[in-house]
Each structure stands twice: as structure tokens, then as C-alpha cells.
Write a protein that binds this ligand. Structure first.
Ligand code: IMP
Ligand code: MG
Length: 174
């Protein structure tokens, strides 16, 4: 076990997720359905909890996996689809649910390929944002927390595939 310092507690995560759910429910109140696309694996905890806070609108979900980092903690710049969606998104109001926007490479690529599949609309919801690290500009519609340029883990985010299970966001201290 590494030494991990809490950056965002479980309590703060849930409080903010509740607010995001309220904002999304308000913005989509006139829609028939919201279609969440979870970016695996990091987005899985966030999507599960966020989806439970969406009120009064039917919600469907699909999953996609892309890899950009391998087992390194800095971006290689290579984005590849490891698992594609199961369903068509044509005509749907899509929200991409991500764990973190770092360089912006993953999301700008994803948005580009998903737009070509003719959804009715496409928005991005990320739990964490590291604005200082941005290399490619992406329009993020919903942000949970802006965080400093430090490597974080927990609540879906991994360090070499581990620690996704932590119920809080932490920073490794050695
Ligand atoms: P981007 O393409 O550089 O924006 O990177 C996005 C992906 O890199 C995220 O979806 C994460 O999977 C991963 N990532 C970026 N920063 C961190 C971090 O601090 N901890 C864990 N994973 C990260
Ligand atoms: Mg990710």
C-alpha cells in the first residue's frame, strides 16, 4: 500500500455529484431521454453515482474504453478505441461521462468520432479537470472539481490499474 493523502473526501464527492445531477436534470428536463456514455474504466464510479442523482428523465447508458496512457503516468499522445459502444447514438442526447480531463487529447478525439455518428446533441461531464495541463482545447460542459497539476487516484482513477476502489480522490505521497 502506498501512502495516499486525501484530496477530495467521499463526502465532498457526493455533495458535488448531487449538484451536477441537479444541473443536468434541469438542463435536460424537456428531453425524452439522456444517454450517458461512460469512458471506461476511470469513469465507472462517477457514472454510477451521477446517474442515481438524475431526476425525472429516463436515462440509458453505454460504455466505451479508450487507452491513451498504457501504464505510464504521463500522456503518450496515442488514443485508441479498446471497446466501442454497443448501441447507435443517432438522434440521442449524449453526455460523455469522464473521470478527468488532463491534456484533453482523449476527449477531443472521442467527441470528434462520436459527432460523426449523428447524435442529437453531445455534452461532456467530467468529475475532475486539470486546466493547467491542457494541450488540446475541449468544451467541457459540467466539471466536478478543478484540481492542481498532480497525479491523482481513487474513485475510478488508477495508478498502474490499482486503487480505483478508493472511495475518495487521493494523491500519492510515496
Ligand atoms: P487526457 O487525454 O490527457 O485528457 O487524459 C485523460 C485520461 O488520462 C483520463 O481519462 C485518465 O484515465 C488519465 N489520467 C489523466 N490524469 C490522471 C491522473 O492524475 N490520475 C489518473 N489518471 C489520469
Ligand atoms: Mg479515463
Amino acid at each position: 500500500m502506498h501512502n495516499i493523502r486525501t484530496l477530495i473526501s467521499t463526502e465532498k464527492l457526493y455533495a458535488r455529484i448531487e449538484e451536477l445531477g441537479e444541473a443536468i436534470s434541469r438542463d435536460y428536463k424537456d428531453k425524452d431521454e439522456i444517454h450517458f456514455i461512460c469512458v471506461l474504466k476511470g469513469g465507472v464510479m462517477f457514472m454510477a453515482d451521477l446517474s442515481k442523482t438524475i431526476k425525472d428523465i429516463p436515462l440509458s447508458m453505454d460504455f466505451m474504453a479508450v487507452s491513451s496512457y498504457g501504464n505510464e503516468t504521463s500522456s503518450s499522445g496515442i488514443v485508441k478505441i479498446v471497446k466501442d459502444l454497443d448501441e447507435s447514438i443517432e438522434g440521442k442526447d449524449v453526455i460523455i461521462v469522464e473521470d478527468i480531463v488532463d491534456s484533453g487529447r482523449t476527449l477531443s478525439y472521442l467527441v470528434q468520432i462520436l459527432k460523426d455518428r449523428n447524435p442529437n446533441s453531445i455534452k461532456i461531464c467530467t468529475l475532475l479537470d486539470k486546466p493547467e495541463r491542457r494541450i488540446i482545447d475541449v468544451d467541457v460542459d459540467y466539471v466536478g472539481f478543478e484540481i492542481p497539476d498532480e497525479f491523482v487516484l481513487g474513485y475510478g482513477l488508477d495508478y498502474m490499474q490499482k486503487y480505483r476502489n478508493l472511495p475518495y480522490i487521493g494523491i500519492m505521497e510515496g
